[in-house]
Design a protein around this ligand. Structure first.
Ligand SMILES: Cc1ncc(COP(=O)(O)O)c(C=O)c1O
Length: 380
């Protein structure tokens, strides 16, 4: 009777307006009904990510990994050397995608639970020439928000001729946390429909600034299906995922309606609620608050408590949460608060988790206090 409550780092709940939009009847994807949807979505995305005027956005039929692959194929040629910065499982994946395309990949890894150090990244650039740097904005496996802007600012001191192309996997970051491509100096941003965009999985987003588009022109081959050139020009070379486009159009309207600052604040509040709850019940938010992600919180359980069992138990009460990844597989869970999740929904989910924690009342009080301190009510 009840839909399961999902507190996952994607996919996220889908708002009703988005569900309804996806029921729009099919029409010619090259016809007059669909064309304005495509234009609107591309322009809204460019505004949202603050792509520069020479830049463009490609929306391709794929999950997030498709965006990683498309970026590697379209902006680099096999044999070029790049630096891949990893702070967890998704950083590792980006490096593998690049290797699979025949790039010479130097990997700079940081310990799980920590962000990358922009100074260390710049240090590596002094030793080698790199055509590009690949980084993860919000490392979903650990719940760390990386210092994208700080690295951008250090990169801006490098002369444009030798500055590597700066490519950011923001799949679980954008649009839930700030991303200002032009002002910060980020060349390419990758995103996916099933996270902060509150849509089902299936659309990958590649936003490229002017410099990235110039680099694209110099790459001899971009592959076939994922050649982004036509997409950057507003064309849809192959049959698009029409229903998902309608959904994304509706979701972008909802994001606009909520407003940027309110959205960032909602996610920040939920990150703090999850951490406060975990601390008080005797679990442990693994990532320190100064770099904790606003969209996903990794939590170490009490000794002897197994994440797999806990996830099975809470699912009986209708709640789905994610397990720890990699080295945290055996003792951690991840609570997602990305996309169409409200503090009230999170509080309900924590209420279910509280059944399996020691100091449940203290945990719920702590979460409620965070929420209470951030909530504002207008005069009736
Ligand atoms: C940061 C990050 N990068 C890449 C991916 C891969 O996306 P997908 O599973 O949609 O292919 C994910 C998915 O969770 C992610 O969070």
């Amino acid at each position: 009777m009840f839909s399961p409550q999902i507190l996952l780092p994607g996919p996220t709940p889908i708002p009703e307006a988005v569900q309804k939009a996806m029921l729009t009847p099919m029409s010619d994807h090259r016809g007059a009904v669909f064309a304005p949807v495509v234009e609107r979505v591309r322009h809204r995305l460019a505004d949202l990510l603050q792509v520069d005027t020479d830049g463009a956005v490609a929306v391709i039929p794929a999950s997030g990994t498709g965006a990683l692959e498309a970026a590697v194929q379209n902006f680099f040629a096999p044999g070029q050397r790049i630096l891949s910065v990893s702070t967890g499982a998704f950083g590792d994946r980006f490096a593998k995608v690049a290797e699979s395309h025949g790039l010479l990949v130097d990997i700079l890894s940081f310990p799980w639970g920590l962000p990358f150090s922009p100074g260390d990244v710049i240090g590596r650039l002094e030793k080698n020439f790199y055509a590009g740097i690949l980084v993860t904005h919000n490392e979903t496996s650990t719940g760390v928000l990386n210092p994208i802007r700080e690295l951008a600012s250090l990169l801006s001191a490098i002369p444009p001729e030798t500055r590597p192309l700066y490519i950011v996997d923001s799949i679980s970051g954008t649009p839930s946390v700030p991303m200002q491509m032009k002002d910060w100096g980020v060349d390419v941003v990758l995103a996916a429909s099933q996270k902060g965009f509150m849509c089902p999985p299936g659309l990958a987003i590649v936003a490229a600034g002017g410099k990235a588009r110039e680099v694209y022109e110099k790459i001899p081959s971009h592959g076939y299906y994922f050649d982004l050139g036509p997409y950057f020009q507003g064309q849809l070379p192959y049959t698009p995922a029409v229903s998902l486009w309608y959904g994304l159009d509706a979701a972008l309207a909802l994001l606009e309606e909520e407003g940027t600052e309110a959205r960032y604040a909602r996610h920040r509040t939920m990150g703090q609620m999850a951490a406060a709850f975990a601390t008080e019940v005797g679990w442990r938010p693994i990532v320190a608050s100064e770099y904790a992600s606003p969209t996903v919180t990794a939590i170490r359980l009490a000794p002897g408590q197994h994440p797999h069992k806990l996830r099975q138990q809470v699912s009986q009460a209708g709640l789905q949460i994610a397990g720890g990844m990699g080295p945290w597989h055996h003792d951690a869970i991840r609570i997602g608060h990305v996309g169409a999740v409200s503090p009230a929904m999170l509080y309900g989910g924590l209420g279910i988790l509280a059944h399996f924690a020691a100091n449940s009342e203290a945990g719920l009080n702590a979460a409620w206090n965070v929420w209470h301190n951030h909530i504002t009510f207008e005069e009736a």
